[in-house]
Design a protein around this ligand. Structure first.
Ligand SMILES: Nc1ncnc2c1ncn2[C@@H]1O[C@H](COP(=O)(O)OP(=O)(O)OP(=O)(O)O)[C@@H](O)[C@H]1O
Ligand SMILES: [Mg+2]
Length: 438
C-alpha cells in the first residue's frame, strides 16, 4: 500500500496490491483467474479454493469470490457516483450466468474496500465501504478472511411495513411454506407479540417466556422457543420451524422492555441458527418500535409488502427505505440490511388504478430525489427493472400477489394457502423466484 502512488491507475493497483490482497485472503496462484468471463462481461479477478483435482485456473467454473478492481484515480468512497456504478457493475457480474456459485464480491481501489455477500439472487453488504490505511489494513483483511471462510447458510429476511394490514404476516407464512415445499430449510419468527397473528394462523402454541429469556439472558438460546409446523397430506410431509409469539413480551410496557432488551439481541441469538437454516423470516409489527427495530437489525434484507391503492402503504415503504433502514445500517457494523424492491399485495389492479398508483409512486420518487438536504434515489426500490436496463419492455414493472380469497381463508384453516391451493402456490412460487431463488 505504501508503495502505491496517490493516483495509481488500475494496472498499477492490479500489479502491486491485488496479488497480496488475494494471498492474504487465502487464495493461491492457481486458485485465481484474471479477467474471468462472467457471461455478462469480464470481472477483474475470480477466485475459488481447489476442490480435489478441480483446479479453478484450469476448469474456470464455479467461482466463489469476484473482485472488481479500480485505480486510485476512481473515487470509491460510498457517497460518490463512481462507487454506485462500481457496485452496480459488481452486482451484474455476481448475477451473471457463469457466476451462479459465487457467494462473495469485493470492490476495491486499494484506498477503499467493501465486501458483499450473495445468497441466491440477493446481494447485500457484508462490510461497510471501509477506508483503508496502514493502521487498519491487517484488521480489515482478517475480518474479510474470517467472513469468507464461514458464510452464514441462511438469508435472514425481515418482512416489514410501518403500515398495518398490508399482508406482512400472510407473506411471511406463505413464503415460509413455499420455500419449505421447494426443499429449503426454513425458520419463521413471529415478532409481533401483541397480535400473534403468525402463530395463530398456523395453530401453534404461544411461548410463555422462552423468547424473552433468550433475548435477555446471555446463555439462553432460542431453541426452547421453536415449535415445528407440520403439514401432512397423503404421503407428503412438509415441516418448517417457527419461533412463536411470546406472551411475556406483551406483559411489560415498552420502556421496561427497552431497558432490558438491546436492539442487537435478536441478531445475536440468530447467529447460530443462521448455520442451520436456508432462510429465516421475521414477521414484524406495523410500527417503528422495539420489535421492528430488533427485526430489521437481525435481517440481511427487508421485504416490504404494499398495496397499490393505499397511498400510505407506499409512503410508509418510502420512509422505511429512506429513513428507518439507513438508521439500522449505520448502527450495524456490516452495513446491512438492504431493502428489496416493494411488491403489491392483494386488491385487484385495473389499468386505470395502476396508473393512479404509478403517479403516486412517481411523485414519491421525485420528492425524494429533490429533497435539498437528504437526496435519495428510490427508483431501484420501486422500479427495479428501470435501473437494470432503461430499455426493458416494462420498466415500471412491480411484482404482484393478487387478492385471492383462498389466501385469506387459509388463516381460518390454520394451513398456509400455498399448501391448500394450486393458484396460491403458483403466486408465491413466482414471488420467491423473482426475489430469492437463482
Ligand atoms: N393476497 C391476499 N389475498 C387475499 N387476502 C389477503 C392477501 N394478503 C393478505 N390478505 C388478508 O388481508 C388481511 C391483512 O393481512 P395480514 O394480516 O397478513 O397483514 P399485516 O400487514 O400482517 O397486518 P398487521 O399490520 O396488522 O400485522 C388478512 O385478513 C389477510 O388474510
Ligand atoms: Mg401482521
Amino acid at each position: 500500500m505504501q508503495s502505491l502512488p496517490d493516483q495509481a491507475q488500475e494496472s498499477i493497483v492490479n500489479e502491486l496490491f491485488v496479488p497480496t490482497l488475494l494471498k492474504e485472503l487465502g487464495f493461491q496462484f492457481n486458485e485465481i483467474n484474471p479477467q474471468y468471463n462472467t457471461g455478462k462481461g469480464f470481472v477483474d479477478k475470480a477466485a475459488r479454493k481447489t476442490i480435489g483435482d478441480d483446479i479453478f485456473i484450469h476448469t474456470k467454473s464455479n467461482p466463489y469470490l469476484l473482485v472488481e478492481l479500480k485505480g486510485r484515480n476512481i473515487n470509491l468512497s460510498s457517497d460518490s457516483a463512481s462507487y454506485r456504478d462500481t457496485v452496480t457493475q459488481l452486482n451484474n457480474y455476481l448475477l451473471a450466468p457463469n457466476c451462479h456459485a459465487a457467494q462473495w464480491g469485493i470492490i476495491t481501489n486499494s484506498c477503499h474496500i467493501q465486501l458483499f455477500r450473495k445468497h441466491g439472487k440477493v446481494i447485500f453488504p457484508a462490510t461497510k465501504c471501509i477506508s483503508l490505511n496502514k493502521e487498519n489494513i491487517d484488521k480489515v483483511i482478517t475480518l474479510i478472511r474470517r467472513k469468507l471462510k464461514k458464510p452464514a447458510k441462511a438469508l435472514t429476511i425481515a418482512v416489514y411495513n410501518n403500515k398495518g394490514g398490508v399482508g406482512k404476516t400472510t407473506t411471511t407464512v406463505n413464503i415460509a411454506g413455499i420455500l419449505t415445499y421447494l426443499g429449503k430449510k426454513v425458520l419463521a419468527i413471529d415478532f409481533d407479540p401483541n397480535q400473534q397473528d403468525l402463530t395463530h394462523s398456523l395453530g401453534l402454541p404461544l411461548n410463555n417466556d422462552s423468547v424473552f429469556k433468550a433475548l435477555t439472558e446471555r446463555d439462553t438460546t432460542l431453541q426452547n422457543a421453536i415449535h415445528p409446523y407440520v403439514f401432512k397430506s397423503g404421503t407428503i410431509v412438509l415441516k418448517f420451524d417457527v419461533v412463536t409469539a411470546d406472551l411475556s413480551l406483551t406483559e411489560q410496557p415498552d420502556h421496561t422492555l427497552s431497558s432490558k432488551i438491546s436492539v442487537r439481541n435478536l441478531y445475536q441469538k440468530l447467529e447460530l441458527l443462521k448455520q442451520e437454516y436456508d432462510y429465516i423470516l421475521i414477521d414484524s409489527p406495523p410500527n417503528w418500535k422495539l420489535f421492528s427495530k430488533l427485526s430489521l437489525y437481525a435481517a440481511d434484507v427487508v421485504l416490504i409488502p404494499t398495496k397499490h391503492n393505499n397511498l400510505f402503504s407506499l409512503e410508509n415503504a418510502a420512509t422505511a427505505i429512506k429513513k428507518f433502514i439507513p438508521e439500522v445500517q449505520s448502527a450495524k457494523p456490516d452495513g446491512s440490511p438492504v431493502a428489496l424492491p416493494i411488491f403489491f399485495n392483494g386488491e385487484k389492479i385495473t389499468p386505470p388504478k395502476l396508473k393512479v398508483a404509478q403517479n403516486a409512486i412517481d411523485n414519491i420518487i421525485n420528492i425524494a430525489a429533490n429533497t435539498v438536504k437528504d437526496k435519495f434515489d428510490l427508483l431501484p426500490y420501486f422500479y427495479p427493472e428501470y435501473t437494470r436496463s432503461k430499455h426493458e419492455k416494462d420498466p415500471r414493472h412491480i411484482h404482484q400477489i393478487p387478492s385471492y380469497a383462498n389466501i385469506a381463508d387459509a388463516t381460518f384453516l390454520q394451513i398456509p394457502a400455498v399448501y391448500k391451493d394450486k393458484i396460491a402456490n403458483d403466486y408465491y412460487k413466482h414471488l420467491v423466484k423473482e426475489y430469492f431463488l437463482q
